[in-house]
Design a protein around this ligand. Sequence first.
Ligand code: NAD
Ligand code: GLY
Length: 371
Amino acid sequence: MQDTETSLPDISSVKIDLGERSYRIDIGSALLDQAASFSDLPRASTALIVTNTQVGPLYEVRLRTVLQGQFKQIHTVVLPDGEEHKGWETLNLIFNALLQNGCDRKTVMFALGGGVVGDMCGYAAASYMRGVPFVQVPTTLLAQVDSSVGGKTAINHPLGKNMIGAFYQPQRVVCDIDLLSTLPERELSAGLAEVIKYGPIADLDFLDWIETNIDSLMARDPVALTYAVRRSCEIKAWVVGQDEREAGLRAILNFGHTFGHAIESGLGYGAWLHGEAVGCGMVMAATLSERLGLIDSGFVKRLTRLIQRAHLPTRGPNLGAERYLELMRIDKKSEGGEIKFVLINRPGSATVRAAPDALVAEMLGECCTAS
Ligand code: NAD
Ligand code: GLY
């Protein structure tokens, strides 16, 4: 088991190994202001910073300042904030900014924000002039441990979450832990859901470490946060390095997400945070694993307790089992209308498989609030 006392270098890098699409994830303090964080990027005269109304006022000037040595022109587009804006209309604001500012195909885009900004900036970068380089500067814990890494980019459709998108890798990910100091508490908890996720699916030592250090993480201890981001990125890099386009293994990273996405779209985007829905979805997926005889109830209780300690919900909204099933059939893992669940087949290891509707409905009845 790792201990947060382990002395970490100020900056650590995790490499994501994808041949010519390989890149590094820098993790540490004060990275936003260091030119080295943004060195060796493709050469270009123009940069476009994509941010939102919440993050822009906090960090845009600092990013612009550090990029000034490298780009003659730096433009910024400020998007409306929130999951409910992760759609076509907001995406078009990015294309408007690119075209109105005469951005060419060498323009480097910078996603400065959480997963919503990162996913939209990435999708715009994937499609503008058939692809321009982009850099992720994630400012939420969730984005640092998950969404900025691995090249999934997307927008939502009213009928389904992240349904329109592309696999498109960034050139660099810069995770400045200091930026998490301004994150609202609810968002910190949401990010912890994606940190916790890596334990049951891939690394029981990490699960032990999170249990030991959850209070330090909630208190934003920088050493604990740095370790959590680094270990999460290492696990994600290991998975994505083997299965970039989710032909198989990568689906395990969606543990809790099949139920979580149903909660998010069923309640309307933004009602529950993505991480909150994933936290609750992990309890549901673990409970289903137990009902299928894969794990014992002790492990479900252990995971539920940890999710509670991260101040995340562990009981789902009562959408009705039929509605859950209907929403989950739209999931990207579904095949021919059959829902595929990411389940724990033994603590520390995940599998993807179908389950009988009746069993899922029974489990939902027990895992959702009464009204
Ligand atoms: P988010 O981007 O909406 O950010 C959460 C909130 O925190 C927003 O209001 C944002 O403006 C604010 N914020 C961001 N950084 C801040 C800071 N440093 N200080 C103060 N406020 C700050 O949400 P999120 O949780 O980062 O990301 C969720 C999104 O990520 C979802 O759309 C989800 O689908 C997506 N996602 C994508 C992947 C992927 O692999 N691409 C993985 C997981 C999640
Ligand atoms: N967040 C799941 C994935 O990147 O595959």
